[in-house]
Design a protein. Structure first.
Lengths: 421, 244
């Protein structure tokens, strides 16, 4: 793992604030002009159907229901407009960059790597694309990272509140997408293992630690998850048995879900094994009043394609670094493998829960491999960052729906649906 | 000690909140005085149109219920949302469910959307069931067909359901396309079903229901009158938002 010159905490936090401001700017610029996707219109309808009548429906109904609550709340707070429907995604998407920095700082033990990882998230076209849509994709990395952050704080402070906070945040992550369950199980097992191997604790104290972990990281997240279904219970008259049945139905749909527009889904990247092997995309190609209005998220190859080499390098050097990178590697693999191994189509949108850990690994290796000489180190890092940001500019334009009329048009046209050709 | 106390507090609050949620869900159901169908002189309503059944449910303010519908048709055609792309219009449309488009084509779908029903069991005569689910003509119907509308359960069966929860029972004239009135009455009286609203529907608004089906339904009403108090129901203009 990285052993570079320490940055002062003040500099680190100042850097993180700057990255957060950049992330916020990139997620809000031109926001009220970017046309809503078809899914976004449906999410408004579903949010109101759910909150006023307890109904699931139409778009991605098989996912948990936090999105309905947040989109509804955001529309009520900010008004029935584009900012209102996207408010929650913009906020959580922005803070995902911040949390990436905070979590990376603890997992990589390098402030510079943490800032670099946060910057990767801040300028990543796919994170930006989904932070500007009223869908739940960006909620997943936010709540996942927030849950991990507070779990790590619990390890440092050993006070109760961080773990309780972690349980609530993991619960909200589960209520965004079920895939958060796997990192949650990992966090629970890791903390239990650390708790039980603590020296000097009596059996009773160890039992008390284990009980607290079960209460905070098993019972509490599940309770929060179930409570997000309150409109369904209260408006429709359902009971807990029916809730379990509905979860089974949703799970069954999850196993076979192919999207509302299967022909269009087939044109997209939907194989997670490719995510880190070549540039991948997520497209929404719409026609507004007869004119194309596409948004296109493309992964930045100068970052994404370094994932597997970085992860493999960290695995290769894990003994030399006294297993320091084990939690990061475990988080990466347990976030990535369930998608990589699943048989049904998985869109690139699901990668948002994996890329923060991928970016942490990349940043950690890059910072660790830089030469000790300050001048050379800054030169290499500057050149690399310059290239990353240069590549990020056109990717950003495409992600926010700009640039169709420019030299980027042929790229957009690759994703024009057959019925619009 | 702190951890133990915190754990017990979390466990207690979690269990309490889930129990309360469960109870709140059940108490959101609204029903009238239930009665077993085997009871003598139970009340039943004779309605002219399928939409009148919906109007009666609405007027009686029943909510969150299991509907058992006996009939050949499903009445589940979804009404299309407006094709607007204006966000305030989309918000307005979805803020309150509009039931003015209710008709014989969709009154059960509307009942589900307005939360009168939370689950629908459609009992279809065996011969019509085989046609609908493409089963071989001579073979017996071995099992029910289960489905759902975005998670809300729907069951298609040829038998009266069992269960202890009081139901909203609707007998549509179309059920008599391949069932005899005395046979249905016998099954109903022998069943352990409990209901709080029983409707018998002439389905005059459904052009697919034949005169013969309606005549058989009236025969059924005659037979039922020996066991039940059958009263006509005409919706008040206030209770019904559906087109007259």
């Amino acid at each position: 793992m990285t052993q570079t010159k320490k940055i002062s905490p003040r500099t680190f936090y100042a850097g993180l604030v700057l990255v957060t401001i950049l992330a916020a700017f990139l997620r809000t610029y031109w926001l009220s002009v970017t046309q809503p996707t078809g899914d976004e219109y449906y999410t408004i309808g579903e949010a109101f159907d759910y909150m006023t009548r307890g109904h699931f429906g139409l778009v991605m109904w098989h996912h948990p229901k936090l999105r309905n609550i947040l989109v509804f709340g955001s529309l009520k707070l900010l008004g029935a407009n584009l900012a209102g429907m996207r408010g929650a995604s913009v906020l959580l998407g922005t803070l995902t960059a911040t949390l990436t920095g905070l979590v990376a700082r603890r997992l990589t033990k390098s402030d510079a790597a943490a800032l670099l990882a946060a910057l990767f998230v801040a300028v990543d076209a796919l994170h930006i694309e989904f932070s500007r849509q009223a869908v739940q994709e960006e909620y997943v990395p936010f709540f996942l990272l927030a849950g991990i952050y507070f779990a790590l704080r619990y390890l440092e402070d050993k006070t109760l509140w961080p773990l309780i906070g972690s349980g609530v945040l993991f619960g909200l992550g589960l209520a965004s997408k079920w895939s958060v369950a796997i990192p949650l199980v990992l966090a629970f097992c890791y903390l239990s293992w650390l708790g039980l191997r603590q020296r000097g604790l009596t059996t009773r104290e160890k039992a008390s630690e284990l009980l607290f972990l079960i209460a905070a990281l098993v019972v509490l997240p599940l309770t929060v998850f179930v409570l997000t279904y309150y409109p369904w219970f209260l408006e429709r008259g359902y009971e807990m048995g029916a809730w379990l049945t509905s979860q089974k139905i949703m799970y069954a749909e999850n196993l076979v879900h192919k999207g509302a527009n299967q022909a269009f889904a087939q044109m997209q990247d939907h194989n997670p094994l490719l995510w880190f092997l070549r540039p991948v995309t997520y497209a929404d190609f719409q026609m507004i009043q007869g004119r194309p209005s596409p948004v296109l998220g493309v992964s930045n190859p100068l970052v994404w394609l370094l994932t597997l080499p970085a992860v493999l390098y960290l695995m290769y050097t894990i003994r030399r670094t006294h297993w320091q990178s084990l939690p990061l590697l475990a988080l990466f693999w347990c976030s990535y493998l369930p998608f990589a191994l699943t048989k049904r189509l998985i869109g690139v949108n699901s990668s948002l829960a994996v890329t923060p850990f991928a970016f942490m690994a990349i940043a950690s290796v890059i910072i660790g491999k830089l030469p000790q000489d300050k001048r050379r180190r800054n030169y290499y890092l500057g050149v690399y960052l310059g290239l990353v940001l240069l590549a990020a500019v056109p990717l950003y334009a495409m992600a926010i729906g700009l640039g169709y009329e420019t030299f980027l048009q042929p790229v957009f046209e690759l994703y024009r649906p057959a019925n619009e050709r | 000690m702190k951890k133990l106390a915190a754990s017990l507090l979390i466990l207690t609050l979690s269990v309490a909140s889930l129990v309360l949620l469960n109870r709140a869900g059940i108490s959101a159901r609204k029903e009238l005085q239930p009665f077993p169908l085997a009871r003598e002189r139970f009340p039943a309503f004779l309605v002219k149109r399928t939409v009148d059944t919906y109007a009666l449910w609405k007027e009686k303010q029943v909510h969150g219920r299991v509907v058992v519908h006996l009939g050949k048709y499903l009445h589940f055609m979804e009404s299309e949302p407006p094709g607007t792309t204006l966000i305030p219009e989309v918000v307005k449309y979805h803020s309150h469910f509009d039931d003015t488009q209710t008709s014989y084509k969709n009154f059960l779908w509307t009942a589900l959307q307005t939360n009168i029903a939370r689950e629908i069991i459609t009992v279809i005569p065996p011969e019509d069931f085989k046609i609908r689910f493409a089963l071989p003509k001579g073979s017996p119907v071995r099992s029910d067909v289960s489905g759902h509308e975005y998670g809300s359960l729907r069951t298609f069966t040829t038998r009266l359901p069992s269960g202890t929860e009081p139901i909203l029972l609707n007998i549509d004239a179309s059920f008599f396309s391949s069932t005899e009135p005395d046979k249905l009455l016998d099954s109903l009286l022998k069943s352990a079903l409990k209901a709080d609203l029983v409707t018998i529907c002439l389905a005059e608004d459904n052009p697919d229901v034949t005169v013969s089906d309606r005549q058989k339904l009236l025969e059924f009403v005659k037979l039922l009158s020996q066991h039940a108090e059958v009263r006509p129901f005409v919706p008040s203009s206030k209770s019904i938002a559906v087109p007259q």
